[in-house]
Design a protein around this ligand. Structure first.
Ligand code: ATP
Ligand code: MG
Length: 570
């Protein structure tokens, strides 16, 4: 490809709209352009990266027995009503009507449509197992579309669905996908971790997420510092190892104490001169079912995913100020569990173990001292509802947990018979007995993977593509386009590499060498071949490795070999 024919409009300025590195660099290097919030055009360079990621995915899916198909994006509401998700999916579902006023959705995921397909086509155990996948645009009206391709409203996903006779066979399909995903992200040149994840309140059992490790990641991952232990978990899922500290303290009588203006844990502990470990943090939540009070120790944070699961709820939100006043009679910051009526109280085990604790008195500017759970208030439910932090013991081996940030690029999920039962996808086993098909689903964010690769591979000059997914592997730059001999040699190098099967751009633009070098670094070609006076005089070219900045002087004769050898390790 000649640079004069390539649509790769690079920008010198950092666009104001972009917050994270991948978003900035994708815009600056001419890979994407925004259409509207969370919706982008993939320019030719981006398409080349996407094609490569898709190719790797297809190879690994096919290797495990996956068959590619293409399901419709437009899905009838009836199917979503049948599965019950038309109502619970909420505002993330893009909904539309046709000219006859019938309801439809743009597919955010395809469990309904594929289960409906399979119920029509599969009726015997002889047709199982089946693994069907597609690579397609997905639509989700995200609350906060942001970070460029990281959280879009239209994005490309690979989704595979497995159909098995029973749990045992589902485990086999699941392990196949686990292996395929490991291969895919390794082949994309990414550093990643596979972590246990939360499967949500809505059924399902085992699930793992594949996290590309990067500081800009939205997810927090906890893993065991002992390299012999393979425990790694999304923080949403990580469970606490609860050690009950037996208190020797004598139970003291309740006392009200004036705490003017002390609303936060820090303000209360400062004012009273006590440890946050003595505080019962009282948080009011509204779920789709009820109003609940969550109690955790003052030095901890609530894990809303755990809370949601413990409640078996679908939605959960912190209650507004009016609701807090309505339930507690006090303004926010002075809520406490003693004397609360008509609400469900759910407490973390660390709270249940406290003696002579402190919390709001449900009166403005007053806290209660010497609260003893069980004596002074009843708990409806005691269960782990808090965030685990780095430094706490590993639930598997007891060593210390370490924290890292990650970008979720893929997730695999055992669905069981959740969808097959509601959507009526049954098969007949050997004895003629009708059984629900056992399913799994497995997604990879293709466009998010491209962005994650940049988050992990860049420097201040631009992108550093792993060679396996780079839009082109090499750029050839003649230093002086006015020097005909240099241009001729550059042309020759370009053609020889093309014939050798290397993906190469010939930067034949009438620009200064400095401009071309800057663009080459920004776009992130793994190798840059510079054709200068040495090429004319002693038949040598300079090969610069983008990742390390290392420069290799190569003879023209063995150029193809040298380039190919270098690319293998990038
Ligand atoms: P998240 O928790 O980040 O919202 P999710 O768990 O809802 O993602 P899945 O339903 O598991 O996502 O989708 C499979 C994959 O699709 C994810 O692992 C991610 O790589 C990608 N993905 C999900 N939502 C988006 C989005 N809004 N933009 C880009 N990629 C996405
Ligand atoms: Mg997910």
């Amino acid at each position: 490809m000649r640079a004069t024919e390539l649509l790769a409009p690079t920008l010198r300025e950092v666009p104001a709209e972009a917050e994270v590195v991948s978003h900035k660099l994708l815009l600056r290097a001419g890979f994407i352009r925004r259409s509207t919030a969370g919706v982008y055009t993939y320019m030719p360079l981006a398409m080349r990266v996407i094609k490569k990621i898709k190719k790797i995915i297809r190879e690994e899916m096919d290797r495990q027995g996956g068959q590619e198909l293409l399901l419709p994006v437009i899905q009838p509401a009836e199917l979503w009503q049948e599965s019950g998700r038309w109502d619970i999916y909420g505002p993330e579902l893009f909904r539309l009507k046709d000219r006859n006023n019938r309801d439809f959705a743009l597919g955010p995921t395809h469990e309904e449509i594929i289960t409906a397909l399979v119920r029509g086509e599969v009726n015997s155990y002889k047709q199982l197992p089946l693994m069907l996948y597609q690579i397609q645009n997905k639509y989700r009206d995200e609350r906060r579309p942001r970070f460029g391709l990281m959280r879009g409203r239209e994005f490309i996903m690979k989704d595979l669905y497995s159909f098995d006779r029973d749990d045992e066979n589902l485990n086999i399909s699941y392990m196949k996908m686990y292996e395929a995903y490991t291969n895919i992200f390794r082949r994309c040149g990414l550093r990643f971790r596979t972590v246990e994840a939360d499967s949500g309140a809505i059924g399902g059992s085992d699930t793992h997420e594949f996290m590309v490790l990067a500081d800009s990641g939205e997810a927090v991952v906890l893993y065991c510092e002992d390299t012999g232990c393979d425990y790694a978990s999304n923080v949403e899922k990580a469970s606490q190892v609860h050690v009950t500290e037996k208190s020797e303290e004598e139970l003291k009588p309740l006392v009200e104490k004036e705490t003017p203006g002390c609303r936060t844990v820090a303000e209360v502990t400062d004012f009273l001169g006590i440890s946050p470990r003595k505080i019962i943090k009282t948080l009011l939540y509204e779920s789709d079912k009820e109003i609940v009070v969550a109690l955790i120790r003052g030095d901890r944070e609530v894990n809303e995913v755990k809370l949601l699961n413990a409640l078996g709820a679908i939605r959960l939100e912190l209650a507004g100020l009016n609701m807090v006043r309505g339930v507690t009679g006090a303004s926010a910051g002075f809520a406490g569990p003693v004397g609360l009526k008509g609400v469900k109280i759910i407490a973390d085990p660390e709270v249940a173990a406290l003696t002579n604790a402190v919390s709001g008195a449900n009166k403005d500017d007053i806290h209660l001292m010497n609260i003893n759970p069980g004596r002074d208030f009843e708990m409806d439910h005691v269960t782990d509802i808090r965030m685990v932090q780095a430094g706490e013991p590993c639930p598997r081996c007891g060593s210390r947990l370490v924290e890292a940030r990650g970008i979720e690029v893929g997730q695999i999920f055992k669905l069981g018979s959740k969808y097959s039962k509601v959507l009526n996808a049954y098969y007949l086993d050997e004895s003629g007995k009708s059984k629900p098909i056992v399913m799994g689903c497995y997604g990879i964010g293709v466009t998010r993977t491209m962005a994650a690769a940049i988050e992990q591979n860049h420097d201040r000059d631009g992108i550093i593509w792993p060679a396996s997914i780079a839009p082109f592997q090499v750029v050839v730059v003649p230093v002086n386009v006015k020097d005909k001999t240099q241009v001729d040699i550059a042309q020759e190098v370009y053609q020889r590499l093309v014939i050798a099967g290397v993906e190469v751009v010939f930067d034949n633009r009438a620009e200064r060498a400095g401009v071309k070098f800057k663009d080459a670094d920004l776009i992130g070609y793994p190798l840059r071949i510079t054709i200068g006076s040495k090429a004319v005089n002693v038949k040598q070219v300079e090969i610069r490795i983008r990742r390390t900045g290392e420069v290799i002087i190569a003879s023209m004769e063995k150029l193809e070999n040298t380039v190919k050898k270098l690319l293998v390790n990038l």
